[in-house]
Design a protein around this ligand. Structure first.
Ligand code: BGC
Length: 780
């Protein structure tokens, strides 16, 4: 296992016991708190030192032009970039006459704990100033999962050893200075001072700033209220200017005395509401938070997480590191999606500005599967967000000469944000991924209202896209040519198997949905002829296959390409996209990330066990995992093919991606898809869970390292618990009427009468396939 460990291994917490300024930005991502609406990076309370200051509000972005050296028809003109909004978490501290700044003086002790059960970030430290004054600082921070607009900090300073004068400046700061950006200078310009002041206010313990973004025209309001508790002569003063509102609290502390500030912060933004309305909105949110007070918010947060863990916890015996990692992963996946409420769930959640804050297919294929079985309400909301962007997707399809809707490859507000066609709009599979998420959610919840009001239209509009994008050849076979599948080292290729299989499912799901909802079908103008055409296309979908090799092709002709020269590729030349031209990657057999292998997971009914094993053995030596989305998919299929050790190594890589900063870019934000993929590797990999038309199937098998794996799933209003040991598995229905599922192909009916226990058959022995040179998994 990986030895360079930044955080102690504990079941329910991520603990840092030393402050390493060199990895501050990484820890800010790891310790980020979010509820899907507000995101606060784990910046130190005092604001500095910092790696990357970050406060985000889901959906708040700025626009910047996307000029092209060589323009082409249909290129998006405007880029969208998440911006750092008004920072409400700053509490600066002056100790006697020196700023509390950990770059100076002596840090006697330091600890930060991300408490996964209570949903708070706790910090304790003791610091001696250069002039010799010592203070203890404790803070607890939360971003409320129950009050969407609210975040809060309790900050406490204690004098140690001698009488000390302390000043706390609790601030709201807009247009914070950010470290020099790297990357696109046009985006950088949009990010410098992105907020124009509209209103500032300070009175008593209350502060408020309202700003507006320049181009996107979004109004951002942040307000704070405080409860101050200090010894007798504690004084307060508040003031505000365009970009700063400040409450200054001054006190003289005898040794052992404490000054405590509880800061409640309310956030809001809107593209339409007026200045007074936004001021009122944040004041009202603040009033609600103050009504409950700090302790009330803390209690609610704990209750909310208790409920989540009852539904979602994954228990791993025999491997403490993976146990911690999967809870860390689930916590961040929940944070990313919990209260996003009709906004996107970005690839980095709200933990950093990586990928410009854009959402990709990561949402529907990685994040939503986890939430479907653990927090399904959040899935309905995420898909309602997609639905709300239908007008932009329809417009894009029209612009491209296609029918239905073409959802963007990357976006914040719904329009295409990718300036590069081959790894952008050409990745049309995102449309089938959205459809898949709709079908999965409805099958798991039975939410008929959602299907009628939101699902049908998403299915119909995406089916229309496929029908217009593909064509029947002279023999009747249906082809979808010129698209990019999940593997971005193959682009604009014909008949990508993943895309074709997912499109096939999309077309059939749409045909089924319009039969169940004739009223919606009529409203959307779907007639019998159109839905028959969808079925025809689905039934005739071409799946490229190499008979000689007995493997499915990732896309037509792929297995004929020249193999990539792995022997001649140095370890420092990965990721390949930074060292080799795309044109060369595109015409060789080299796979960035699971593509055909992912198809075998998401469309498993199409592949018998022998093909799963053969295909996996074929693609494994070609797959370089230059995307963090790959390891978890490879874990799932490695487990199915019986390569349990390899599956474990991939699961560990997905799980430790951010805790160990395996890709060296955790500073930009967490890899939310890989975190979600941890659950996928355990539940779909070692639990062997698959979704079939007749319900859930399990084919559990544990890797040597695990002595037990247990997880719960929310299913059709019931709670199912699956507990797996090396030789047997137990299925228990915790509530609700009986349910039939499959264990290694055998139907089993579970009821609340007690667990159903079945033996776990050993896997068929097969030689473990190799990976490309230098690309063996990181987590083994
Ligand atoms: C991957 C995509 C993914 C994106 C955002 C890229 O490197 O190839 O599949 O959607 O990152 O995570």
């Amino acid at each position: 296992m990986i030895t360079d460990r930044s955080y102690a291994v504990e079941p329910w917490a991520v603990r840092e016991t030393a402050l390493d300024l060199d990895v501050l930005a990484q820890s800010e991502s790891v310790f980020a708190l979010s509820n899907g609406h507000i995101g606060w990076r784990g910046n130190l309370d005092e604001g500095e030192p910092h790696g990357l200051p970050g406060s985000y509000l889901n959906g708040v972005h700025e626009l910047h032009p996307l000029p092209y050296a060589e323009a082409g028809y249909g290129y998006p003109e405007s880029g969208q970039t998440v911006i750092n909004v008004t920072n409400g978490k700053i509490l600066r501290l002056l100790v006697d006459d020196e700023p509390f700044d950990l770059r100076y003086g002596r840090l006697v002790s330091h600890e930060r704990i991300l408490d996964l059960r209570r949903g708070v970030l706790e910090r304790t430290c003791e610091w001696t100033s250069p002039a010799g004054s010592t203070v203890r600082v404790r803070s607890t921070r939360l971003v409320s999962l129950t009050q969407r607009a609210v975040a809060a900090v309790a900050y406490e300073v204690e004098a140690v050893g001698r009488r000390t004068r302390v000043v706390i400046q609790s601030e709201l700061v807009a247009n914070e200075q950010l470290p020099e950006p790297n990357g696109d200078p046009r985006a950088a310009v949009a990010l410098q001072s992105p907020l124009e002041a509209e209103e500032h206010f300070a009175s008593g313990h209350r502060l408020r700033l309202v700003h507006r973004t320049r181009r996107s025209g979004l109004r951002v309001a942040v307000a704070a209220d405080h409860v101050v508790d200090g010894p007798g002569r504690t004084t307060t003063r508040s003031e505000s200017s365009a970009d700063v509102a400040r409450l200054t609290v001054t006190s003289v502390l005898e040794p052992g005395q404490r000054l405590r500030v509880e800061k409640l912060v309310a956030h809001g933004w809107s593209g339409t509401r007026s200045l007074p309305a936004m001021s009122d909105q944040v004041d009202a949110a603040l009033a609600a938070a103050a009504h409950d007070g700090w302790q009330g918010l803390l209690d609610e947060q704990g209750d909310c997480l208790d409920d989540f863990w009852t539904r979602a916890d994954v228990e791993v015996d025999g491997d403490e590191e993976i146990q911690q990692a999967v809870r860390f992963a689930l916590f961040h996946v929940l944070q990313a999606g919990a209260r996003a409420e009709r906004r996107a769930i970005p690839a980095k959640g709200l933990t950093g500005s990586g990928y410009d804050g854009h959402a990709f297919w990561d949402t529907e294929m990685f994040v939503l599967p986890v939430l479907t079985y653990t927090a399904p309400e959040a899935v309905a909301e995420a898909l309602r967000w997609r639905h709300s962007t239908l007008p932009a997707a329809q417009e894009r399809a029209t612009q491209l000469g296609l029918g239905g809707a073409a959802f963007p490859w990357r976006t914040i507000e719904g329009s295409e944000g990718s300036a590069y066609w081959p790894a952008g709009t050409a990745a049309f599979h995102v449309n089938a991924d959205i459809a898949d998420a709709v079908v999965r959610y409805v099958a798991a919840t039975g939410d008929g209202h959602f299907e009628r009001d939101t699902g049908v239209e998403l299915l119909v509009e995406t089916a229309r896209l496929w029908r217009s994008l593909g064509h029947h050849d002279q023999h009747g076979a249906f082809h979808i040519d010129g698209v990019t599948g999940p593997d971005e080292y193959s682009a604009v290729a014909d008949d990508n198997t993943y895309t074709n299989l997912m499109a096939r499912a999309n077309l059939l799901a749409a045909a089924g949905a319009v039969e169940r909802h004739p009223g919606q079908a009529a409203r959307l103008g779907v007639d019998a002829e159109e839905s028959a055409a969808w079925r025809d296309a689905a039934e005739a979908m071409h799946l490229p296959y190499n008979r000689e090799l007995g493997v499915h092709e990732q896309h037509a002709g792929f297995t004929r390409y020249q193999p990539w020269d792995f022997a001649g590729t140095r370890p420092d030349q990965y990721p390949l996209l930074l060292h080799f031209p795309y044109f060369d990657l595109y015409r060789k057999q080299v796979v960035k990330q699971a593509d055909l292998v992912l198809a075998m997971y998401t469309c498993g009914a199409f592949f018998d066990e022998e093909h799963v094993a053969r295909n996996f053995a074929y693609y494994e030596p070609l797959t370089v995992r230059d995307s963090s989305l790959s390891a978890c998919c490879q874990a799932v299929i490695a487990a199915q093919a019986g390569h349990l050790r390899l599956a474990y190594a991939y699961a560990a890589e997905a799980a430790l991606m951010d805790l160990q900063d395996l890709e060296h870019n955790t500073r930009d934000g967490l890899h939310i898809a890989s975190l979600a993929g941890t659950w996928m590797a355990l539940v779909a990999g070692f639990g062997g869970m698959r979704r079939h038309d007749d319900g859930l199937r399990f084919a559990p098998r544990l890797p040597e390292r695990f002595s037990r794996l247990a997880f719960s799933l929310q299913l059709l209003g019931r709670r199912l618990r699956v507990e797996i040991h090396a030789d047997k598995a137990a299925y228990t229905l915790l509530d609700g009427p009986p349910l039939t599922l499959h264990h290694h192909g055998e139907p089993v009916t579970v009821s609340t009468d007690g667990p159903v226990i079945r033996t776990v058959p050993p896997p068929k022995p097969r030689p473990t396939p190799d990976q490309p040179l230098h690309r063996a998994p990181n987590g083994g």
